[in-house]
Design a protein around this ligand. Structure first.
Ligand SMILES: CC(C)(COP(=O)(O)OP(=O)(O)OC[C@H]1O[C@@H](n2cnc3c(N)ncnc32)[C@H](O)[C@@H]1OP(=O)(O)O)[C@@H](O)C(=O)NCCC(=O)NCCS
Length: 214
């Protein structure tokens, strides 16, 4: 189970250590690997909502805390397999520090701008030579509008570009919406039920752009 914060955290979140090209946002003065920076783009919904997607940033901890605070107990339980009404600061900071390769998170915000509220998060973390475990959460008031499926495709495509071939989700057996989403994704290869969880494996080798999702 991908329980945020219990897994290895990169020492500094400094992408330059990997030797990858960096670009620096003129307005934000934060360095991101180029392909992570390129995620910064509109996230249109069919109903016309003006959402935005971007890679998570080092300074997103307070916005992650606010996002978590708004989640229902049920959504938190589905996401974390436990009761956690608040996201403490230490965990929020660890979750906002990724290396944009082995550990990655993509957020959806309501409008464009780093100060805009986060309404969805998808993340993965390497769990094998070619695989990673992933999880998503969407603000309750935004669920059921296609954010999850679109964000899953974005995450899968990014992971595929990083060389991953499969993604694993450990889903509580009664999380019908998540299971329906995975079944509809076109990427589900294996679904094993064990000890209250559905272990769902996705083949992401040919993960396509989000325009093909839904
Ligand atoms: C599970 C979750 C991420 C789904 O995100 P979402 O934005 O609410 O997803 P949506 O309801 O818009 O999409 C799923 C629906 O679209 C359908 N769908 C998904 N992809 C589709 C596709 N490519 N084509 C057609 N339909 C599709 C699914 O069947 C599902 O419909 P249903 O619920 O009516 O059966 C979200 O509900 C959530 O955050 N839940 C709480 C936390 C959680 O459970 N996280 C998962 C932990 S592993």
């Amino acid at each position: 189970m991908l329980t945020h914060g219990q897994s290895g955290i990169p020492d500094s979140g400094d992408a330059s250590a990997s030797g990858k090209p960096l670009i620096v946002s003129q307005t934000e003065a934060l360095a991101l690997p180029r392909d992570a920076a390129e995620l910064d783009s509109p996230f249109p919904l069919r109903d016309g909502a003006a959402l935005h997607q971007r890679a998570i940033r080092l300074d997103d901890a307070p916005r992650l805390q606010a996002f978590h605070h708004r989640l229902s107990d049920r959504s938190i339980f589905f996401r974390f397999s436990g009761i956690m009404p608040e996201l403490n600061r230490e965990l929020a900071e660890r979750l906002s520090h990724v290396d944009y390769s082995d550990r990655m998170a993509i957020v959806v915000t309501q409008g464009r701008g780093v100060d805009k509220p986060i309404i969805a998060v998808a993340r993965y973390e390497r769990n094998g030579p070619d695989s990673a475990e992933f999880a998503l959460a969407v603000d309750d008031s935004w669920q059921g509008r296609g954010i999850g499926p679109r964000l899953l495709m974005t995450l899968a495509e990014y992971a595929s570009r990083k060389g991953f071939t499969s993604l694993l989700a450990n889903v509580l057996y009664d999380n019908d919406r998540m299971l329906a989403m995975l079944r509809h994704s076109g990427m589900l290869t294996t679904l094993r039920i064990r000890e209250g969880y559905a272990e769902a494996w996705l083949d992401i080798i040919s993960a396509k752009g989000v325009d093909d999702a839904r």
